[in-house]
Design a protein around this ligand. Structure first.
Ligand code: SAM
Length: 335
């Protein structure tokens, strides 16, 4: 049984449990500039990376517990099943680097299953959440050196000099279908950057969501409890708090649709009535029914994802999926 632990609140002593903490958090100016650009487009849009402030990260943890959200429980069960093979492929004293580590739940499986892992480095954009989650791993795994990097993984990331403590293999970990949040060419670019960080001989274990029936997909991104709706609407609250935006959050509702052409679930914030968003002296008018596109979650075939990985320089070494064919884990290597 995979029970997800509670979301950790930040604590003053968090840094004491970290081997290092590198802070490359994107400045608020980026959020402002990206928001003004996104709201100026014909199809208004905002990057999903801005979902993840402390509240957004906690709401994402709640989504992971929702009965409709098959992703987390399926990936955790699959990880249990394949761990011996992953450990065999990876070898001893690995340095495990996780992209989009969130609450660092799934990494526990790897740290328990690998042969004497030397180090865990968590990378995430949600600064306080990252620090608290990585520090918890530091507390629970005193034999593993634990570091954290707050950064946007769409930009190149350099490891600080103190980061590398072992000659073991560098194993990248990118679970949770996070790679599906990006258009395929951007996903390939993220993998290329990951390959540069892992270096020759490195490997990557990636969780990739699979194509399936529309009803299952739409339920997962529009749960009956309204958690995904709160997660989506929190973006507007964040714009109010951090950018001083004037926006009537109640004038919007969450919408999830399946885009067959691009094989992706899209999340939108839909205006229920005529409304407007005012930010930094600019006014963005929204007609009833008009949307702000906030997230894509691409769904793949096994071969389709492997093609993307190959364009980033990886060789597919092994791939597993659960018995119901919902989700897959790919082990990729760098020559
Ligand atoms: C879909 S959640 C997955 C969380 C966790 N890995 C899991 O499997 O449940 C995506 C995670 O990636 C982080 N994230 C999203 N965009 C990011 C970016 N551009 N740079 C760094 N982290 C990002 C979010 O803060 C969040 O923790």
């Amino acid at each position: 049984m995979n029970t997800l632990p509670d979301t950790k609140a930040p604590h003053e002593s968090d840094e004491d449990h970290l081997h290092f903490f590198a802070d490359y958090e994107p400045p608020t100016d980026d959020f402002m500039a990206d928001t003004l650009t996104g709201l100026s487009r014909n199809q208004k849009s905002l990057s999903p990376k801005y979902f993840y402030d402390q509240k957004g990260s906690a709401l994402f943890d709640e989504i992971c517990r929702a009965p409709e959200y098959y992703v987390t429980r399926t990936e955790l069960a699959l990880l249990d099943q394949i761990l011996p093979e992953v450990a065999e492929l990876t070898g001893p004293e690995a340095i495990v680097i996780e992209w989009g580590s969130g609450s660092s739940w799934k990494i526990r499986k790897l740290l328990d299953g690998l042969d004497n892992p030397a180090e865990y480095i968590a990378i995430d954009i949600s600064r306080d959440h990252l620090k608290a989650a990585a520090a918890e791993i530091g507390r629970q795994y005193p034999d593993v050196k634990v570091g954290a990097i707050c950064a946007d993984f769409l930009a190149p990331i350099a490891l600080p000099p103190e980061a590398i403590v072992s000659e073991g293999r560098r194993l990248g970990f990118l679970p949770g279908s996070t790679i599906g949040n990006f258009d395929p060419h951007v996903a390939a670019e993220i993998l290329r950057k990951a390959a540069a960080l892992l270096g020759a001989g490195g490997a990557m274990l990636i969780g990739v969501d699979l194509e399936k029936d529309e009803d299952t997909l739409l339920a997962a991104y529009d749960d009956a409890g309204g958690i995904t709706a709160s997660f989506n609407l929190n973006l507007l609250a964040r714009m109010k708090d951090e950018l001083g935006a004037q926006v009537d959050v109640d004038a919007f509702e969450h919408e999830a649709i399946y885009n067959r052409e691009f094989h992706r679930v899209e999340m939108h914030l839909k205006a229920k009535v005529a409304t407007g968003i005012s930010i930094a002296g600019q006014e963005f008018i929204m007609a009833p029914g008009e949307t702000i596109h906030t997230e894509n979650s691409h769904k793949f075939t096994l071969a389709g994802f492997q093609e993307i990985a190959k364009t980033a320089g990886f060789e597919p070494e092994a791939v597993w999926r659960d018995p119901d064919g919902l989700f897959s884990l790919h082990y990729l290597t760098l020559p």
